[in-house]
Design a protein around this ligand. Sequence first.
Ligand SMILES: Cc1ncc(COP(=O)(O)O)c(C=O)c1O
Length: 460
Amino acid sequence: MNFQANSPHARDAAHHLHPYTNMADNEANGPHIFSRGEGIYVYDDDGKKYIEGLAGLWCASLGFSEKRLVEAATKQMEVLPFYHNFAGKSCEPTIELADYLVKHAPCEDMAKVFFTNSGSEANDTQVKIVWYYNNVMGRPEKKKIFARTGAYHGITLAAASMTGLQYAHNAFDVPIKNIMHTTCPHHYHHAEPDESEEAFAQRCADDLEAQIIEEGPETCAAFIAEPFLGAGGVIMPPKGYFEAIQKVLDKYDMLLIVDEVISGFWRTGDRFASETFNLKPDLMTMAKALSAAYLPIGGVMISKKISDVINQGSMKYGLFGTGYTYSGHPVPAAVAVETQKIYDEMNMGAHVKATSVRFQERLKQLGEHPMVGEARGIGLIGGIELVKDKADKINFDPAHKVAPWCVAKLTELGMIARPMINDSIGLCPPLIITDSQVDDMFDILDQAVDITHKEYVSTL
Ligand SMILES: Cc1ncc(COP(=O)(O)O)c(C=O)c1O
C-alpha cells in the first residue's frame, strides 16, 4: 500500500511494533486507526462508526464515553497524581478499592488484594504467590501449576506459559518449568460421541488426576482456570466440571486460582463468574472491567489462608519482595472505585440479566445457520464457531482463514469482533448495550455470516 509520506499510517507502519499483530502485514498495509468513541460505538479516522462487539479487548464494560470516569481520574490527578504503595505506604483510593473488592468477593474467606497494571502481571504474581506459599510452608518441591489447553492467561513469562494457545508460545521459549497443561473442557470437540457433559467433565477431572499422579502429587501446587475460556473460543464449562476438578484439588492439597479477567464484574450477570459457576477460589485474578478499561489496573485477591502464610513469610524472609512501581497507583484505583459505584447505581447485574435474554436468544438463532457449528455463551458474552461440516463438526482448513474473512466483512458492515482459534468469533459488547443495540449487532452478524457462506466459503 502507498502511504502518504509522514501520514499516521506511514509512521505507524514504520515505527510501531504492535501487540498481537502480523507485523509484516502491518508494515505493508498499515493500521486501522480509531479516533473516538461514544457509548458502545467507536469511530475510525475516516469517521466510520462501528459497534464495538468485543468491548475493545473484552474490557470497555461502560462503553467509550463515561464522563464520570474521566472526572474521577481528573480529580485524583489534581490531588495526588502518583504515589506508591511500597514499604507500608498507601493511597486513599487504593485502600477504598481493596476494601470494596474484598467485601464484595465471591467467597467469604477472601482477605487481601495485591494490585498490578494488567491481567498478565496479576497471573504472573499468582504463580509467584503459589511458589512463595509453598516455600514458606516448607514444601519447596510443590510447585507445578496446571492450566488447560486453550486457556488464555496473558503474555508475561509465567502467564504466557499458562496460556494454552500455540500462538502465544511460538518462538518465545515458553512454557517455563513447572507449568503443565491439561485437557481443554470443550464438550463440542473433545467429548466422545454420545458422551454426556457430566461424563466428559468427569473424564477431564480424571485426566487431571492421572497427570498429578504421574508427576507426583507432592510436586503439584495449583490449578488455574477461567470460569469459561475466553480468548480460547468462549467455551463454557461442561456440567459438573468444576465440582469434579475441585474434588481432585482437595484430594491433593492443591490451590485453585480463578482467572476472572474477562468474566469478572457482571459479564455473566453476577459480579464474578465464580458465583455463577459456584467456584471457591483460593486466589482470584481480575483486571479489564475492574476499571472499565479506562486506565490500566489488575489485581490478585487472596484468601485468608494464603494471607496468613504470607505473614509468616515476612517473619521468615523480611519483606514480601514483589511489587510494581504502579501497584495500586491512585489514579486507576480512583477510576476503578468510580466504576464500581456506576455498576452498583446502574444495578448492572439486573441490566445484564435482562439484556442477556435477547443476546442469548439471538446467539442461539444464529447457531441455526448451516455454517455455525456451535453458538455458545452466557450473560453478555458469546462465541460462534464456523464449520465446514455441521453434522460431523469438521472445521475449515485454518489456511482458508474463514473467521478472519467473516470478521473483515463485519468490519465493513460496521461491527468489530474477534476471530479466534477453530474459526470461532468472540462477542462481548460493552455491558451498557440495550436490547435494540443487541438486535443491531446480531442483524450485522447474521448478514456477515451469510455473506461469508455464500460469497467466500462457496469458492473454497
Ligand atoms: C482470562 C484472561 N486472563 C489474563 C489476560 C491478560 O490480561 P492483560 O492483557 O491485561 O495482561 C486476559 C487478556 O485478555 C484474559 O482474557
